[in-house]
Design a protein around this ligand. Structure first.
Ligand SMILES: [Zn+2]
Length: 104
């Protein structure tokens, strides 16, 4: 059974997938992107646990983990790009991961 609900981001009516009864966001690319970004912010800036993040954005634990990982990688790539092109380092993810590897 599927029902129509309003997307929490674009406020458009959409039909919930019968396989995802807790779905709150439509499948448009824009809304899915916003949801993933929200997941990254909750998990890494607000310090939510993976389960709390999953509940807040209405995704499964697994999907949340994947989305957060992909989002972080994108953010990190953007940082490296900015470093190369402007000479400013806004994040030092690569440094910390190198250190962690050499400490082993
Ligand atoms: Zn939407």
């Amino acid at each position: 059974m599927s029902r129509k609900i309003i997307c929490r981001y674009c406020k458009k009516l959409f039909t919930q997938s019968p396989y995802h009864p807790h779905q709150e966001v439509c499948s448009s690319e824009d809304c899915q992107r916003r949801r993933k970004r929200e997941a990254v912010i909750l998990r890494h800036i607000k310090g939510y646990s993976c389960k709390e993040t999953a509940e807040a954005v209405g995704m499964s634990n697994n999907a949340t983990r994947k989305a957060v990982h992909a989002g972080l990688r994108k953010a990190h790539e953007a940082c490296i790009w900015e470093q190369k092109n402007t000479g400013t380092a806004k994040c030092n993810n690569s440094k910390t991961s190198n250190k962690a590897a050499s400490n082993k």
